[in-house]
Design a protein around this ligand. Structure first.
Ligand code: FE2
Length: 192
């Protein structure tokens, strides 16, 4: 499995050491989760929108689609900040790395049940992917902003003073969740 083919945005990280660490962390998570390449596209990005999952159990938006979309939204935001003269205030490499790794813990938070459905596993229910993700990357000595993106991108970070890069990742992550949830809720009420 070639991680860079799954996540081409990795190549936008200019620092070679960070680029390699991000690649290795994603590879470790996917291997620990026991997923093969075909499986990856069958993992939904969330279990909170049941309508996302087709009858044949394929998700309309996979975890891979989500991670890439959030990272691309982060890059688009960075480009707007650059136009506002604020680009120098953000670490673009760490923003891209944080976008790519924010949900790294989901590869170990989820598992497939006996009916082939993707579910949250026992550890996932107790720890959730932010904590599982941080535990998983300990050996890579990632920059603090990337570690903060992993552990505090979601509701766990609501009382935390997020770094600017992590604030962008958090908001792009929710942009790639809340409106999607509303789209499917709306579709459901239309049907009733
Ligand atoms: Fe996410």
């Amino acid at each position: 499995m070639i991680i860079k083919n799954l996540f081409p945005e990795i190549d936008l990280i200019m620092n070679e050491e960070l680029r390699n660490k991000v690649t290795q962390a994603l590879e470790k998570a996917i291997n620990l989760g026991g997923w093969d390449e075909k499986d990856l596209h069958s993992i939904p990005f969330t279990l909170l929108i049941p309508e996302l999952i087709e009858e044949n159990l394929t998700p309309k938006i996979s975890i891979i689609d989500h991670i890439r979309a959030v990272t691309q939204m982060c890059i688009a935001t960075y480009e707007k900040y650059e136009k506002l003269g604020l680009g120098d205030n953000l670490n673009k490499d760490e923003l891209v790395a944080g976008g790519l790794l924010h949900d790294v813990g989901k590869f170990v938070e989820y598992e497939r049940d006996a009916n082939s459905r993707i579910i949250q596993n026992a550890a996932g229910k107790i720890l959730r992917h932010p904590a599982q993700g941080l535990e998983l990357v300990y050996e890579f000595d990632l920059p603090l902003a990337v570690k903060q993106a992993i552990i505090f991108h979601s509701k766990e970070g609501d009382k935390i003073n997020r770094l600017p890069e992590v604030e962008i990742i958090h908001r792009c992550d929710f942009l790639c969740f809340e409106p999607i949830k509303k789209i499917y809720e709306h579709k459901k009420t239309e049907r009733v």
